[in-house]
Design a protein around this ligand. Sequence first.
Ligand code: HEM
Ligand code: HEM
Length: 325
Amino acid sequence: MTNPTATPNERPLAYRAAPHWAAVLAGVLTLPLLYVGGSVTTYRVGMAVPDWPRTFGENMFTYNFWDAPFGVQLEHSHRLYGSAVGVATIALCVAFFAFDKRKWAKSLAVAALAIVIIQGLLGGYRVRLNSTMVAALHGCLAQVFFALTVALATFTGRDWLSDAKPTPDAKGVRGLAVVTLLLVAAQIGLGAVLRHFSGRHAAYTHAVLGVAILGVAAHLFVKAKRHDPPKPSLRSAARWVEVLAGLQILLGVVAFVMLWPFDGMPRPVTTAQAAFRTLHQTNGAVLLAASVVATLRAFRHFGPAAKPGSITSPSTSPTDLEAVA
Ligand code: HEM
Ligand code: HEM
């Protein structure tokens, strides 16, 4: 509900379907792309197509890959899919420029476009330079891109644009949400090291950190759940973080057993192995995105004590930034 006594600078923005659904579409399209890209890594077919931007010297959009070997089909379809996500991100930018008044939101949409372009370049240079380091960076940036599309969907969603009436953060929910987010981000970086370079120490550290993340996520959920007055959207985001962290650990244990003894030796990959390992990588992205949503909602719904006479957004809220824009 909108606060009728709010001044124009404090009034929440109206919900706009176009930027919201453009962000949702970009995120929904990106998620399977993470799985397809992850499969390229799992099956170790990153160099199946040795050139870029052409494919075996042909235009990548007209190259006929239907009769090609599995590795070529997988890697090439990943490129095509990446291009489709690039187009969806251009549409997202157009929707933000046409319908979202907030300058910072437009800047984030441009950042998403920049990231998707860099992502394509990293993918290409992973092949041209035959670089595992670039492959690992490409894997991490993919997760950041997905999280950004989800953040954009959050910023344009009804929960964000509603009159949030932030209350003082007496239980330190915001701090805990930030800690959860940072731990998950670090864990994804460590996971990329493990996946691309192997190594037992990285595996042990990654496993221990995974359990720590589950503990922190459970703590966050309990705090968000017990908060009075209730913050339902934050509570549901925190619940998702906890559930996804639990699922991630289960998938991680299976991947751990499959990859033991982490000596980096290439071995044949069965379909089940590929599915579990790649699901672990993709679910990592979903967990990152859920942590981003929980953190954003924590800052939206909690703030420092409100000034006397004001029942409006905290100074940290981007709706305020919009008012200045
Ligand atoms: C929106 C664009 C893209 C996204 C989101 C994306 C995402 C991903 C992801 C998640 C992986 C798995 C990384 C991992 O498991 O650590 C991957 C692998 C890969 N991607 Fe992309 N990708 C994109 C575009 C491209 C493009 C345009 C190319 C062009 C060549 C490309 C080439 C590759 C290659 C070669 C690998 C395998 C790397 C390896 O050997 O491990 N990607 N991609
Ligand atoms: C919340 C906790 C966790 C998160 C967020 C997480 C995230 C990730 C991600 C994103 C990757 C792939 C990185 C990339 O390709 O770019 C990865 C790889 C891996 N993780 Fe985790 N992980 C978690 C917990 C665990 C646990 C508890 C274990 C084992 C007990 C584990 C075992 C592994 C293994 C073995 C790999 C390499 C998989 C492969 O090469 O296919 N993870 N992790």
